[in-house]
Write a protein that binds this ligand. Structure first.
Ligand SMILES: [Mg+2]
Length: 367
């Protein structure tokens, strides 16, 4: 039982509209799809959606890291995932987004070989996952309109991007809460955009609007700032850009810097280490969310399977496939109905058919 071939496909997926967060706007996501073939007629899909500002990776670095990693994996057993990942880590220390694509393909193969949906093999705590929908930064009035549209589509939770202008941030949250009423869950994400002082002011002003969590109020490396904001904030503080690995999670928890952690497969290097973050956090009584970068239905399915499997992943922000105009997966993956990510009975990640035109030809084939 061995990995026989790894194919690498760069794809560009356009957003429906420019997606703006505190550090900048995106019009497209440049992702790398991996297809891993075994010597027993099972193959797995994986995807990398790198973010330069979060892990320093981009489509080019992902391909060049896969150039180093993939040849080492040929011939290894795809089911010995811990060992495969140890090999990846021995070749390249960082570059988690590149490794996430391989990790996902391994897990897809694990599920297909075991003839079960992946989440059922990994714990099966939930059978559906509640996801929010993210509202990118626009004027407060436009964001309130977007919030109403999302709620009308059935979303029960919203994640609101803030962090550019503190006064507008407060106005935006006020208008959104007014527009959607009291029953909708609202979390906010400043993407490192505030200082400690701005964060403390905004969070105290918006407390009355019943906000579930405030994500990454201050810059990723400003752990002291995060500790101070958490002390002065009436709203639970979630770390995103500050936590990539299980080691980061342990460090921030020990420092008293977080109430919640946002796990992303592109930061952790995939499902295996994403789960380890959730487990470290669970031991400290810190719940986790699973988030995303600009993944298609492939990466989102991987996140959803992990979220369904693990009890301590209590929130999900798995929506990038919904924000993308280009649909890479034609059949399979997860679907969203009334804010819930629904799984099919397909094995592994459940990806059945890709849009061949979008996928194109492999840029690399390792065998
Ligand atoms: Mg975030």
């Amino acid at each position: 039982m061995g990995i026989q071939q790894i194919e690498v496909y760069p794809v560009t997926l356009r957003y429906k509209e420019p997606f703006r967060i505190a550090p900048g706007a995106s019009t497209e996501s440049q992702n790398i799809v991996v297809r891993m073939l075994t010597d027993y007629e099972v193959f797995g899909w994986g995807e990398s959606s790198p973010s330069q500002r979060v892990t320093g990776e981009n489509a080019k670095t992902v391909v060049s890291v896969l150039d180093k990693i993939a040849p080492k994996l040929i011939g290894m057993c795809p089911l010995r995932i811990e060992q495969d990942i140890e090999v990846m880590d021995s070749v390249v220390t960082r570059n988690p987004a590149a490794k996430a694509a391989i990790d996902m393909a391994l897990h897809d193969i694990f599920g297909k070989t075991s003839r079960k949906p992946l989440f059922m093999l990994m714990g099966g705590y939930r059978t559906e996952v509640l996801t929010d929908l993210t509202l990118g930064i626009k004027s407060p009035r436009e964001m309130a309109n977007d919030a109403v549209k999302a709620v009308n589509k059935g979303f029960k939770a919203l994640k609101v991007k803030v962090g550019v202008n503190p006064a507008e941030d407060v106005e935006c949250i006020r208008l959104i809460r007014e527009a959607v009423g009291g029953d909708i869950q609202i979390g906010i994400d400043a993407n490192q955009g505030w200082t400690h002082k701005q964060a403390t002011e905004v969070l105290n002003k918006i407390e009355k609007f019943n906000i579930q969590f405030a994500e990454q109020p201050v810059p990723a490396e400003d752990i002291k700032g995060l500790i101070k904001v958490r002390k002065d904030s009436p709203i639970p503080i979630m770390a995103d850009e500050s936590v990539h690995s299980p080691e980061d999670a342990l460090h921030l928890i020990q420092a008293g810097a977080v109430d919640l952690i946002n796990i992303k497969l592109m930061k952790s290097g995939g499902i295996l280490k994403g789960r380890k973050i959730a487990d470290v956090a669970e031991a400290a009584g810190i719940p986790c969310m699973i988030g995303c970068m600009g993944e298609s239905e492939i990466g989102i399915a991987a996140g959803a399977h992990l979220a369904a499997a693990v009890k301590n992943i209590q929130h999900a922000d798995l929506d990038s496939d919904l924000l993308l105009k280009d649909k890479l997966v034609k059949k399979g993956g997860t679907k969203v109905k009334n804010s819930m990510r629904i799984f099919s009975k397909q094995y592994g990640l459940g990806i059945r058919e890709l849009n061949q035109k979008l996928l194109g030809k492999p840029k690399r084939i390792y065998k």
